[in-house]
Design a protein around this ligand. Structure first.
Ligand code: S3P
Length: 419
């Protein structure tokens, strides 16, 4: 049964987090439309309010009023990030230089994720940060900060963003040098909100700045959510799906370039460019896909789409290699292992060779009695698409996790897949 139709995925999760958290640093009000209402962004919003920010729903969006210089949160504030790695890591940078003391915590999955990669450079800036054996809960006592020059150990937008947000409050210049380009939403927003930032390829410098909010901000749709249906269209004969008003920055659209290389028909209609490029994207099935190699430098631009791209690779002729994807081991779950086990349970030939993920296709799926997402939202959606593509229906455990990033996934699935 083909997928057909147009849809608008929820607002981009990465931009929604940044818009909410960065608006704390500014004094004005802004009407934010299209914010994601996923669980992760709800966590950032609850923290925004706990810190004293005002967020009032009104026609057309949410009116956010930041704190700017009026920063007076209660002492020893406990802030619950739940499952959201972006919330905790961005907040570590944002709070390190603010008055007050804070405890940032999360759920059991977040409590297994590494935080020292963020804490270490922030300590070099003068931050007082403690972790529990490198993991959450993270304690912060706000301190005056000084700028540093720091070469990032991994191409991580969360890590980069934490240092840049601390740099906005630090004495002198703060410079980060990335090993490869990761998503640049924080940089774009700092610039758009009038902060001092200079970018020279992989080197980004900021200095102490007051941010000031525009009156309105429209969040474009999330490409990482759209990817589930766009990739599904590439593997299911006769499918044609259009995702509307999608965020299309280079750091987020790697999966579209990979689909194009694999032989799907991908077409873009650009809509806007400031502060982020947006457009409508159509993916049409165009015969069987072919295998491809995904270079290590490309990985940050499609890091969250690897589970669904891995599914595409199981249907492609030949050997697809995702190079150097060891970062997947420290996502919501060990995603490298989860992809291998769950696509393996469907009969796919999926192996880890060192830090590479290697998939031999094409595979005719065999249907097990059940599948297990390990409560990883991106795996749960990938498995749901795999079963639909195979025309099968078996229980997938942990599907409730889908609301972490895409609460309306089931509705969009039903509207595009009418069969
Ligand atoms: C994100 C960055 C990525 C991504 C995550 C969201 C962000 O994580 O996997 O879902 O909004 O900055 P890393 O920075 O750890 O690669």
């Amino acid at each position: 049964m083909p997928l057909e139709g147009r849809f608008t995925p929820p607002g981009d999760k990465s931009i929604s987090h940044r818009l909410i958290l960065m608006s704390l640093l500014a004094g004005e009000e802004m009407l934010a439309s299209g914010l994601s209402d996923c669980d992760d962004v709800r966590s950032s919003l609850a923290i925004f309010r706990a810190l004293g920010g005002r967020a009032e729903p009104e026609a057309g969006g949410l009116r956010l009023t930041g704190l700017g210089g009026r920063w007076e949160p209660p002492e020893g504030l406990e802030l619950q990030c739940n499952n959201s790695g972006t919330s905790i890591r961005l907040l570590m940078g944002l709070l390190a230089g603010r008055p007050g003391s804070y405890l940032l915590d999360g759920d059991l999955q977040l409590r297994r994720r590494p935080m020292e990669r963020v804490a270490e450079p922030l300590r070099l800036m003068g931050a007082k940060i403690g972790t529990a054996g490198g993991k959450p809960p993270v304690s912060i006592e706000g301190q005056p900060l000084r700028g540093i020059e720091h070469r990032l150990s991994e191409a991580s937008a969360q890590l980069k963003s934490a240092i840049l947000l601390a740099g906005l409050q630090a004495e002198g210049t703060t410079t980060v040098i990335e090993p490869a380009h990761s998503r640049d939403h924080t940089e774009r927003l700092i610039d758009y909100f009038g902060g001092h930032i200079e970018i020279d390829s992989l080197t980004i410098s900021v200095s102490r700045s007051e941010l000031s909010l525009p009156r309105r901000f429209a969040v474009p749709a999330d490409p990482s959510s759209a990817a589930f249906f766009l990739v599904a269209a590439s593997i299911i004969p006769k499918s044609r799906v259009t995702a509307q008003n999608l965020l299309l920055s280079k750091g987020r659209s790697g999966f579209l370039r990979v689909l194009d290389r694999m032989g799907a028909k991908v077409s873009l209609t650009m809509l806007g460019d400031t502060p982020e490029p947006t457009g409508d994207v159509t993916v049409q099935h165009d015969g069987p896909l072919s295998a491809t190699e995904i270079a290590a430098e490309e990985v940050p631009s499609l890091i969250d789409e690897i589970p669904i791209l891995a599914l595409a690779a199981t249907q492609a002729r030949g050997r697809t290699v995702f190079h150097k994807v060891d970062e997947l081991k420290v996502k919501e779950t060990d995603r490298l292992m989860a992809i291998r086990h769950q696509l393996g349970a469907l009969g796919a030939r999926v192996n880890a060779e060192g830090d590479d993920l290697v998939i031999e296709g094409p595979t005719s799926f065999i249907i097990p009695e059940s599948l297990d997402s390990g409560s990883d939202h991106r795996l749960a959606m990938t498995l749901a698409i795999a079963l639909r593509a195979a025309g099968a229906s078996v229980p997938i455990s942990g599907q409730g996790s889908i609301s972490v990033s895409y609460p309306s996934f089931g509705e969009d699935l039903a509207s595009l897949w009418k069969g």
